[in-house]
Ligand binder design. Structure first.
Ligand code: ZN
Length: 244
């Protein structure tokens, strides 16, 4: 089983009728619903206003894959929690940053750059799969339309990704590195651009498939209990010491 935690800020859905109309049970529960068809995923949800911001130590330690959606309350996420998430990724947890989580504290901590971009809501996007052999691209067409999505445009101030799986083209003319992969420590990180809160993006089958594929791709192989930097003796006893 893969333990998946879907973390959502969860504020737009409370404060906006428009957003609640699209995601009546919150973005986190929409994502949970489509991931739940997979029997090998053990899924929990968490929101910012839960106790311990939804991520007490035991939950974080027992999370293999953490999905993160945030926007209007990035600054309400405690720095101490951000360090715990960062450290957990270093030790092997997978991390998926969704849409406006480009500016979330954990993603920026993992990237080390500003993660700024250009934006404009109400555009149309054509999402291009440019790495069709990547596991996150499994069963995804070469391109498909997202009828209404927020434009995110370059330059996206991220470290050069290890792999770019998706490129977004917008009818206003901009392009964007919409699906990017990095390795950080023992953890894998995936950023995925579509998913503005007032657009029904997470109801689109191809989007659901990509998020699902990403969960499996970032799921950890090896996990270590803590990051160490130990002195070690030589393993090559026959060569122990000078000129032997
Ligand atoms: Zn947005």
């Amino acid at each position: 089983m893969i333990n998946v935690t879907i973390w959502n800020e969860g504020r737009h859905e409370i404060e906006s009728d428009e957003v609640r109309a699209v995601y009546p049970n919150g973005i986190h529960n929409c994502i949970k619903n489509f991931l739940s068809i997979n029997d090998d995923l053990n899924i929990r949800t968490a929101v910012l206003d839960d106790t311990d911001n939804g991520l007490p130590d035991d939950v974080l330690e027992n999370t293999d894959v953490l999905l993160w959606w945030g926007h209007m309350a990035h600054e309400c996420v405690p720095d101490e929690l951000v360090e715990k998430v960062y450290n957990r990724v270093m030790r092997g947890m997978g991390f998926i940053a969704l849409h406006s989580a480009h500016f979330s504290k954990p993603f920026k901590r993992l990237m080390g750059t500003t993660c700024s971009l250009k934006w404009r809501d109400g555009d149309r996007e054509r999402l291009w799969c440019i790495s069709p052999n990547h596991p996150i691209a499994k069963d995804i067409p070469e391109s498909f339309n997202i009828p209404v999505e927020e434009m995110y445009g370059e330059r996206f101030d991220i470290p050069t990704p290890d792999e770019i799986v998706f490129m977004g083209w917008f009818k206003g003319g901009e392009v964007f590195r919409s699906g990017c992969c990095w390795n950080r420590g023992l953890g894998k990180v995936f950023y995925f651009q579509p998913g503005h809160e007032s657009n029904p993006t997470y109801h689109i089958p191809e989007i659901q498939k990509i998020v699902t594929n990403a969960v499996y791709w970032v799921a950890p192989g090896k996990v270590i209990p803590e990051v160490e930097c130990p002195w070690v003796p030589s393993l090559e006893e026959a060569y122990d010491g000078p000129n032997k």
